[in-house]
Structure formats: structure tokens, C-alpha cells
Write a protein that binds this ligand. Structure first.
Ligand code: H2B
Length: 111
């Protein structure tokens, strides 16, 4: 039993341990609306109706980000939030967790 769990976790971990290839990134981008690769990072700028909306979204995003233990480079100016995703543990390259986080961010309520 211990082996079973150890094995599952090992594979889950190994899956996330390599940077995506160019074609894997292109495949991911095809289903990620508004995302692009900019300076080698998975990039999107969200525009909200107000500063309060932007900050509210960042608060709910932060909770999900923390749960994933995968942290974006992001910044806010007025009603815009700019997000740049790379995996530091993969030498600042785009990895599976970056795509996973992009999907999670897009799934949050947005006004
Ligand atoms: N966030 C990002 N963006 N890249 C990482 O490689 C990363 C992270 N590594 N958050 C995590 C934390 C790691 O340092 C801890 C130990 O899980």
C-alpha cells in the first residue's frame, strides 16, 4: 500500500518535472483564451471593470494559487492585472503547472 501511494506520487511529480516543448506550449495555447508567450513566459493581461474588481479577483486567485503552491509573477495597475507564468524549479521555463494555473485563473469569477 505504501508502495502504491509512493509510486503514484512519484509519477505525478515526474510528470511535472520537465518543461513543455514548443509544440506542447502551442497545443496548450489553443485552449487558453487570451494567453500568449511573451519573453518566454505564459502571459495574459486581465481587464476588470474597476480597481476593486481587479483586487477582488486577485484575492480569490491568491487563495487558489496558494493551494497549488505555484506562484505567478503578477502586477496590478488600476483595473488591469498582468500575469506571467514560469516554473522557477524548471529554470524559469513554462511547465505543466503554469498551464494548470492559467486554466485555474481563467475559471475564477470575473467582472
Ligand atoms: N512557483 C513557481 N512559479 N515556480 C516554482 O518553481 C515554484 C513556485 N516552486 N512556487 C515552488 C513554489 C517550490 O519552491 C516549493 C518548494 O513548492
Amino acid at each position: 500500500m505504501v508502495y502504491f501511494f509512493a509510486d503514484t506520487r512519484y509519477h505525478r511529480c515526474m510528470n511535472k518535472r520537465t518543461a513543455l516543448t514548443q509544440s506542447e506550449i502551442e497545443t496548450a495555447l489553443a485552449t487558453l483564451a487570451g494567453w500568449s508567450v511573451k519573453d518566454g513566459k505564459l502571459h495574459k493581461q486581465y481587464k476588470f471593470k474597476s480597481f476593486a474588481s481587479a483586487i477582488g479577483w486577485m484575492m480569490s486567485a491568491a487563495i487558489e494559487i496558494d493551494k497549488m503552491d505555484h506562484h505567478p509573477e503578477w502586477s496590478n495597475v488600476y483595473n488591469k492585472v498582468t500575469v506571467n507564468l514560469v516554473t522557477h524549479d524548471l529554470g524559469n521555463k513554462i511547465g505543466p503547472l503554469d498551464v494548470e494555473l492559467a486554466e485555474k485563473l481563467d475559471s475564477l469569477n470575473f467582472t
